[in-house]
Write a protein that binds this ligand. Structure first.
Ligand SMILES: [Zn+2]
Length: 403
């Protein structure tokens, strides 16, 4: 054996300086800290709110067609007014929501602390933005930066103060009155996801739904007030076993999907295989879906553009309104959501005219759980009526066959 092959020989305890320069770490602990990421700069609050860095591909989710459709329609047309996923644990609700981030285009965001945007100048002139941005605008520089859409997940224990913001304590120490924007402002042009939305305090959920409906919110603390942009796609999920959602809150979610576990044994096995492959090598699974995901992104972009030209004729709208009246759904929101979802569905089918079949396709998700169980009862009633009818008809049919 040569000396080189005996790393623990006394001579080797004092390695040559040359070898020490191979890496910048003086001790093993430094090296360990480095590989475990400890000496990396701490993540900012915003980074912490980002969900998985490598989301499970949307297209790799097995089954759950209605959930995928509802989420996709939400991406096409934010006017569907939020999506609520209702179902037990382990039905891929959270996975599906997180995977949406990969389907969204880059967005333009204000590069300024005050949130100045070029449209502020278009509407209110140079006085509508801060002096720095006014100067930048004058010099022909961009006020925005292109940025990825993020998934903002609302923490379960979020207080109203976290959600809308409040007084900036650091500024208060210096006897200055300054407001600090909350999660709703961070959610601007992002996805806002609330898991276990049924367990959230009423004040918090009211603030979120108001901001979602208006696209902005105003924060007032003492003499200070500020209005923040807050345009986001709201997605809530809940497990009905853990408590109900008040009907008034339920009514304000546009689309509602009942997410059930996969029934089919083959599908369950396929779902297991894909999750297993993803856990072993997320990058490989993401890579294998990448071309299809790129195609979907492109398709979504075209669909969003087409949406602006999609119309519902009076004839089709009247027929649909008659149906909601027949069902006893009295919430006007139901109709708005239903029509907007049908427009998105028609756009997704490459058309610019809404047909009755588009409305039928999205009717369950837009109309179910509207204050009452009318729609389910209606369908149940229809079903029992059908079976009664067939029972009545059966003897005649038999008689006819005998003839
Ligand atoms: Zn500015």
């Amino acid at each position: 054996m040569t000396e080189n092959e005996l790393p623990l020989a006394p001579d080797d305890l004092t390695p040559e300086p040359k070898e020490r320069q191979a890496h910048p770490f003086k001790t093993l602990k430094e090296l360990l800290d480095h590989v475990s990421g400890k000496d990396l700069p701490p993540l900012s609050l915003e980074d912490n709110r980002q969900a998985e860095v490598l989301p499970f591909p949307f297209l790799a989710i097995v089954g759950q067609w209605e959930m995928k459709l509802a989420l996709t329609l939400g991406l096409v047309n934010p006017n569907v007014g939020g999506i609520l996923l209702v179902g037990p644990r382990g039905t891929a609700k959270t996975t599906a929501v997180r995977s949406l981030v990969d389907l969204l285009p880059q967005v333009e965001r204000s590069a300024c602390h005050y949130g100045c945007l070029p449209e502020d100048i278009e509407i209110g002139g140079l006085d509508a933005v801060c002096p720095d941005c006014a100067k930048k605008y004058g010099e022909g520089k961009s006020l925005t930066i292109s940025d990825r859409v993020r998934l903002i997940e609302l923490p379960l224990n979020a207080k109203l103060e976290n959600v809308v913001g409040g007084l900036d304590e650091r500024a208060a120490i210096h006897q200055r009155m300054r407001l600090r924007p909350g999660i709703l402002a961070q959610a601007d042009r992002n996805l806002l996801y609330i898991d276990e939305v049924n367990l959230l305090g009423d004040d918090v959920i009211d603030a979120i739904l108001d901001a979602a409906a208006q696209g902005s919110y105003t924060l007032r603390r003492g003499p200070a007030s500020a209005t923040y942009r807050s345009r986001f796609l709201l997605i809530g999920s809940m497990n009905p076993e853990e408590g109900n959602l008040r009907p008034q809150i339920m009514d304000r979610f546009g689309l509602r999907v009942i997410v059930r576990g996969l029934d089919d044994a083959k599908e369950r096995l396929e779902a297991y295989r894909r999750v297993q492959a993803y856990l072993n090598s997320p990058r490989q699974v993401i890579g294998s879906y990448a071309p299809d995901m790129a195609a979907v992104r492109e398709e979504l972009q075209e669909t969003r553009q087409r949406l602006a030209n999609v119309r519902i004729s009076d004839r089709v709208a009247k027929e649909a309104i008659a149906l909601t009246q027949k069902l006893g759904v009295d919430s006007l929101r139901a109709e708005i959501t239903w029509f907007e979802a049908a427009r998105a569905y028609a756009a997704a089918n490459g058309r610019t005219r809404v047909k009755m079949t588009d409305l039928h396709a999205v009717a369950p998700m837009a109309l179910r759980l509207r204050r009452s169980t009318f729609i389910d009862e209606y369908f149940e009633h229809q079903e029992s009526e059908e079976s009664e009818l067939s029972k009545l008809i059966e003897p005649f049919a038999r008689k006819n066959r005998k003839k």
